[in-house]
Design a protein around this ligand. Structure first.
Ligand code: SF4
Length: 64
C-alpha cells in the first residue's frame, strides 16, 4: 500500500506496457488511446511504483 501520487504523462507514453506488467494494480492500459493510465496506485507497494517509474522507457511516470 502507498499514499504516493502517481501520474502518467500520456503525451509521451509510447504504450510499451512495462508499467502495467510491473504494477498491474496501479496502472491500466487504454487500448483505444494506446497509452497507460493511472488505476489504483494505493493498491501497489512503493517499491513496485518506484520500479515502474524507473522502467518506463520514456520517463512518462511520475511518483511523488
Ligand atoms: S511504461 Fe511508460 S511508456 Fe510504457 S505504457 Fe507505461 S507509461 Fe507508457
Amino acid at each position: 500500500m502507498s499514499d504516493l501520487e502517481v501520474r502518467v504523462d500520456t503525451s509521451i507514453c509510447i504504450g510499451f506496457g512495462n508499467c502495467v506488467r510491473t504494477a498491474p494494480e496501479a496502472f491500466a492500459f487504454d487500448d483505444e488511446q494506446g497509452v497507460a493510465t493511472v488505476a489504483d496506485p494505493a493498491a501497489a507497494d512503493e517499491e513496485r511504483l518506484a520500479l515502474a517509474e524507473q522502467e518506463c522507457p520514456t520517463g512518462a511516470i511520475y511518483v511523488e
